[in-house]
Design a protein around this ligand. Structure first.
Ligand SMILES: NC(=O)c1ccc[n+]([C@@H]2O[C@H](COP(=O)([O-])OP(=O)(O)OC[C@H]3O[C@@H](n4cnc5c(N)ncnc54)[C@H](O)[C@@H]3O)[C@@H](O)[C@H]2O)c1
Length: 438
């Protein structure tokens, strides 16, 4: 089947490569000329495990190509997936200007029936706006459908998620649209929820907001555990054994980041307000999350007394492990907060260093380290901000020897407290009893 994917970022590129691997003939379109040139040359631009090899394989097979030309992209296929960004506006609501621009261009290039599929995360009722825009700008007589097919992949495991989704949500208004999408996803055996577009749009925001709630909830419990010498790790483990709760997203620490959960919960709050509803439950979750950087800073202050002039290594700048995405990075948020306090930071990430450099450039107070040992050299303290395997596997004895003072604030509860004690590290996890050496 011929398919077009518009917007080849973290979601669109995985979608394009995955669909090609399923045997579809895919064109990926993006307006970013430099990005498309790199993609055409087999460079995925982003770091996502397994993506580079698969991209090149699919290009070599002839099933996947890239263009900057919207007309080429629209004429290629009856099904167009739109995967452009939907970033937050200053008031938290979703900025749909990229989507609108694409829909207008698509409309002008349509010469026969097209199914326009929203894959981007959008507020409920966006499909009606997309429909109206297509009607206004498409040539008269050209038929089309609009569908919502929200994406649930997780960066860092995006390929695995593409091929093994928990569910596929199809929000459609016609049999024709449902048939086309069923053909696209014919080889998937997971449950397919076929519904209307409004319901599909709400499913995505409701899911992400629930995940954010779960993380903030366990962080609230972590704070209580700290004040009562209890251990959130054990609390979460026991809670998670209840199948009604489940073990995932019960990891206390620096909270959620990235380009999705923080913006999606804010967008959902704005949607609730627009419809006259009080979504303060979600507002609280968002507030708790914003406070997590301060929790880490307080731990540093308690350990180092004054932060001014201190050197702090930040281990992990990607918002989660196995990605190079630093949008909404808690590691960089900690770095900024430390710089405001007059501290100096030594930044390290196995894959996101290059992107982080663009956001927090090197200066007298900011050092971008080449490796983890370089970051830890002469550090007065280290903050673990991303749960990379490389950091989990660190030689703690060498860590203690490399640092000026072996103080570790573990924003991801990654290290084993007993191993830290044995290595001579003063260890401050989140929601668990600290290890003091003095
Ligand atoms: N990143 C994730 O883990 C994830 C997961 C699920 C859903 N989503 C949602 O998917 C959408 C895309 O997210 P992303 O992380 O892939 O964003 P991204 O910023 O990585 O990619 C968006 C792409 O769209 C392109 N684009 C923007 N305007 C364009 C235009 N006019 N014409 C052609 N291309 C254009 C950009 O150049 C970019 O390559 C968002 O709505 C996001 O909320 C993201």
């Amino acid at each position: 089947m011929k398919i077009t994917v518009i917007g080849t970022g973290y979601v669109g590129l995985v979608q394009a490569v995955g669909l090609a691997e399923l045997g579809h003939e895919v064109v990926g379109m993006d307006h970013d000329v430099a990005k498309v040139r790199r993609l055409q040359a087999g460079d995925p631009v982003i770091y996502e495990p397994g993506l580079a090899e698969r991209l090149r394989e699919q290009q070599a097979s002839g099933r996947l190509r890239f263009t900057t030309e919207m007309a080429v992209a629209v004429r290629h296929a009856p099904v167009l997936f739109i995967c452009v960004g939907t970033p937050p506006r200053p008031d938290g609501s979703a900025d749909l200007s990229q989507l609108e621009a694409v829909v207008r261009q698509v409309a002008r290039a349509m010469d026969s029936y097209r199914l326009v599929v929203e894959k981007s995360t959008v507020p409920v009722r966006t499909s009606s706006w997309v429909h109206r825009t297509l009607r206004l700008y498409a040539p008269r007589g050209v038929e089309f459908d609009v569908a919502s097919n929200p994406e649930f992949l997780r960066e860092g495991r995006a390929i695995e998620d593409f091929f093994n989704p928990d569910r596929i949500v199809l929000g459609v208004t016609s049999e024709r649209a449902a048939a086309l999408l069923n053909e696209v996803y014919a080889s998937f055996k997971c449950p397919k929820i076929v519904t209307d577009p409004n319901t599909a749009e709400i499913i995505k925001h409701a899911s992400n907001s629930f995940l954010a709630l779960k993380i903030s909830y366990i962080n609230l419990i972590a704070d209580l555990c700290e004040r009562t010498q209890a251990d959130v790790h054990i609390v979460a483990k026991a809670m998670g054994l209840d199948p009604r709760i489940g073990p995932q997203f019960l990891e206390a620490g620096l909270g959620y980041g990235g380009a999705c959960l923080p913006k999606d919960i804010q967008a959902f709050i704005a949607i609730g307000e627009e419809h006259g509803l009080d979504f303060s439950l979600l507002r609280e979750a968002d507030e708790i999350n914003r406070g997590r950087v301060d929790v880490v800073l307080q731990k540093l202050r308690r350990a180092l007394w004054n932060l001014e002039g201190k050197q702090v290594a930040i281990l992990g700048l990607a918002f989660k492990a196995n990605t190079d995405d630093v949008r909404g990075s808690q590691g960089l948020a900690v770095a900024r907060a430390l710089l405001e306090q007059g501290a100096r930071v030594r930044l390290y990430d196995p894959h996101a260093g290059g992107r982080a450099r663009g956001i927090v450039p090197p200066s007298e107070s900011v050092y971008h380290a080449d490796g983890v040992w370089d970051a830890l050299q002469d550090a007065d303290a280290a903050v673990i901000a991303t749960p990379w395997d490389e950091i989990r596997a660190l030689d703690l004895v060498r860590m203690a020897r490399t640092m000026t003072t072996p103080i570790v604030v573990d924003g991801r509860n990654l290290l084993d407290p007993q191993a830290a004690r044995a290595a001579g590290i003063e260890y401050h996890p989140v929601g668990r009893p600290p290890v003091h050496l003095l």
